[in-house]
Design a protein around this ligand. Structure first.
Ligand code: ADP
Ligand code: MG
Length: 339
């Protein structure tokens, strides 16, 4: 078939099923959507009310008969039915970008730690949601491809993907994951630590949104050339009234010290477990950071400081996995034969 006809009938999409955000990549178009991995359901009937952006707006403010859930929360599939509803929503929404008549082939990036049962469930869910063919891709491999690491070469690359629920560290060589370890520490945990700190230090109750805003606006993992300040609003636990105060980037960094150490420890563990012939590659090429959590200021510097190996932040860390699925779509035949 000529490329023209192939293009006419190709209907391929890649999905990054993340703990915080789900992204959809359409072949030849790029990332066409990114929405929170949240599903709102009625408690008694379990019927789905909303998915994505709309469901996220309900988080924390649902009436008694509705729950807003994050089915992938800790890098494992907490609820198959709800995950399926989420996949269906994303595949359906992507359909408007696809050609009619041919059901799509779908590459889904899944956490490397999920079980065989979960893998099968994702595959079957995607088929029921309208896919013609499903290929599961290890998330760290997708992230490594997405940030442009030379995964096909016989040289080691290390990718650290810091998402909402997990941090996944992987060493990759010859298009395969040589070592992978995942910990349940990511952006959510950081938000949580900020909430705890504000309560401990100031008796101030703040919500998850405020905590995330603090992280994004002044969060840092290593001293900044110019430290930052920010005004925080919350409710005083003692007086019970709204209160506003000013906090600094130094104090937030100190509050997050232990959490950052957990991330650097799991990287060190990976380096210690790396086959010796691959260690040298890592020293020479360094570590690449991806995922939204890697946007914390100076995390790369902290990792370099603790591991003595150069560490680099990817350019578009939130898109890494989705872009990786997109690259695999271009060579789907090869991937299906070789993995
Ligand atoms: P997942 O792959 O688990 O869905 P993502 O890679 O989408 O996760 O990253 C989501 C996490 O990134 C959230 O915890 C979010 O708060 C965090 N995040 C996004 N932007 C920033 C930023 N500028 N600074 C710090 N953290 C960020
Ligand atoms: Mg991710």
């Amino acid at each position: 078939m000529s490329n023209f006809f192939k293009g006419l009938f190709s209907n391929d999409i890649g999905i990054d099923l993340g703990t915080a955000n789900t992204l959809v990549f359409v072949k030849d178009k790029g990332v066409i959507m990114s929405e929170p991995s949240v599903v709102a359901v009625y408690n008694n009937s379990k019927k789905v009310l909303a998915v994505g952006e709309k469901a996220k707006r309900m988080l924390g403010r649902t009436p008694g008969n509705i729950s807003a859930l994050r089915p992938m929360k800790e890098g494992v599939i907490a609820d198959f039915e709800i995950t399926e509803a989420m996949l269906r929503y994303f595949i359906n929404k992507a359909s408007s970008h696809l050609r009619k008549f041919t059901p799509p082939r779908v590459v889904v990036a899944v956490p490397s730690g999920i079980t065989e049962v979960e893998r099968r469930a994702v595959k079957e869910s995607a088929i029921r949601a309208g896919a013609r063919l499903v290929f599961l891709l290890d998330e760290p491999l997708a992230a490594a491809i997405g940030v442009g690491l030379p995964v096909w070469e016989p040289t080691a690359s290390m990718i650290v993907d810091i998402g909402g629920g997990t941090t996944e560290v992987a060493i990759i060589s010859l298009a395969d994951v040589v070592y992978a370890k995942s910990i349940r520490v990511g952006g959510d945990k950081i938000d949580d630590e900020i909430i705890q700190y504000m309560k401990r230090a100031y008796n101030l109750l703040i919500g998850e949104r405020m905590a995330e805003e603090i992280k994004m606006r002044i969060g840092s993992a290593f001293p900044l050339r110019e430290e930052l300040v920010m005004e925080v609003r919350g409710r005083d636990c003692v007086a019970g009234l709204p209160k506003t105060l000013i906090i600094t980037s130094q104090e937030i960094r100190e509050a997050l010290d232990e959490t950052f150490n957990k991330i650097t420890d799991v990287i060190k563990e990976a380096l210690e477990n790396c086959p010796p012939e691959l260690s040298g590659d890592l020293v020479a090429k360094g570590i690449v950071l991806a995922g939204g959590g890697s946007l914390i200021r100076n995390l790369d510097l902290r990792i370099t400081d603790r591991t003595l190996i150069p560490c680099f932040a990817a350019e578009a860390p939130l898109l890494a996995v989705a872009n990786g699925t997109g690259a695999v779509l271009n060579d789907l035949g090869w991937w299906m034969e070789n993995s």
